[in-house]
Design a protein around this ligand. Structure first.
Ligand code: ZN
Length: 191
């Protein structure tokens, strides 16, 4: 017998999508692609990024391939909730720079019926999982892991190689500080 559910259709059902991988794997490009498609469907779209990332533009999210989308910068994850109120789709870039509160915020937005699309680095330059990405991945409905190509050997790359001896976890910079490497070619820079 086939069971029928009278409520088995999506009414105000939200969810979380996570796009994650190393640098130069096209995370922001994929985020922008999904958000632009939502806009074409006349859905209301809010794009958020943390204030720490000012490498290209203060008012846009910009991929390395120079795709861009207007965005709002916020100081902390909790700031997203009041801003997101009137939007159907919420895009969040550089999620690894937010505190663990981002997990609660994304889940609250999804519970409220919104589509939440989050992009961020899954590992730091040492290959250590970058909070809050592991917690976001665990609570997301959809996960996309983007791979780059290893600059050293041409294999699929999932790690970010830092090319300077800088020991800070976060050094925001462009292509000359970082490159994509595979598991075999990646190493932790000497202290
Ligand atoms: Zn390699």
């Amino acid at each position: 017998m086939i069971e029928t559910y009278t409520h088995a259709f999506p009414v105000k059902t939200g969810w979380i999508e996570v796009i994650t991988g190393c640098m130069f794997s096209g995370k922001t490009e994929e985020l922008i692609r999904r958000l632009k498609r939502a806009r074409i469907a006349r859905q209301t779209v809010l794009v958020i990024k943390p204030r720490v990332d000012n490498r290209f533009s203060l008012t846009e999210i910009v991929s390395h391939s120079e795709q861009s989308l207007d965005s709002l910068m916020v100081e902390k994850a909790e700031d997203i909730l009041p801003l997101a109120k009137d939007f159907q789709v919420i895009g969040i870039d550089e999620a690894q720079f937010f505190s663990p509160a981002l997990v609660m915020v994304c889940n609250e937005l999804a519970d409220d019926g919104k589509r939440v699309i989050v992009a961020g680095l899954d590992q730091d330059y040492k290959g250590v999982p970058f909070d809050p990405m592991p917690q976001l991945l665990a609570t997301a409905e959809y996960i996309t892991k983007t791979l780059a190509i290893c600059v050293n050997c041409g294999n699929p790359a999932d790690r970010t190689q830092r090319k300077t001896a800088d020991q800070d976890r976060v050094v925001v910079g462009a292509g000359n500080i970082y490159e994509a490497r595979c598991r075999k070619c990646h190493y932790i820079p000497k202290e």
